[in-house]
Design a protein. Structure first.
Length: 113
């Protein structure tokens, strides 16, 4: 949907939506533990899964989620970020994309003998 190929997840040929919501079997989609954790019965899981698609996520939040997933960073701020850092035993920087810029070196270097 984000790419503008379809206007609903169920219309995308490679989506698992129709399998998870309507039980439309195909040879490519299997149930997994995350899906099974959505409810005790198939009907409960289908209702919960369908509800996930009713939530609108603002583009800036979606971009933050994508960036954090791509760079292996936790998504959070304040206390939650601090708790993650304590748990990992290290700081979790949010530097943005790319390598850090190199420091400019002063061009006048004195040599000593």
């Amino acid at each position: 949907m984000r790419a503008g190929i379809v206007d609903h997840s169920g219309k995308y040929r490679w989506s698992s939506y129709t399998y998870n919501v309507d039980g439309v079997a195909n040879r490519f989609t299997l149930s997994h533990s995350e899906y099974r954790g959505l409810g005790r019965t198939v009907a409960d899981r289908r209702v919960t899964y369908r509800a996930l698609f009713l939530v609108h996520v603002e583009p800036d939040i979606s971009d933050k989620i994508r960036r954090c997933v791509t760079h292996g960073l936790p998504l959070g701020a304040g206390r939650s970020k601090m708790e993650i850092e304590v748990m990992l035993g290290r700081r979790v920087p949010d530097r943005g994309p790319g390598r850090p810029r190199k420091e400019k070196v002063d061009e006048q270097v004195e040599c000593s003998k």
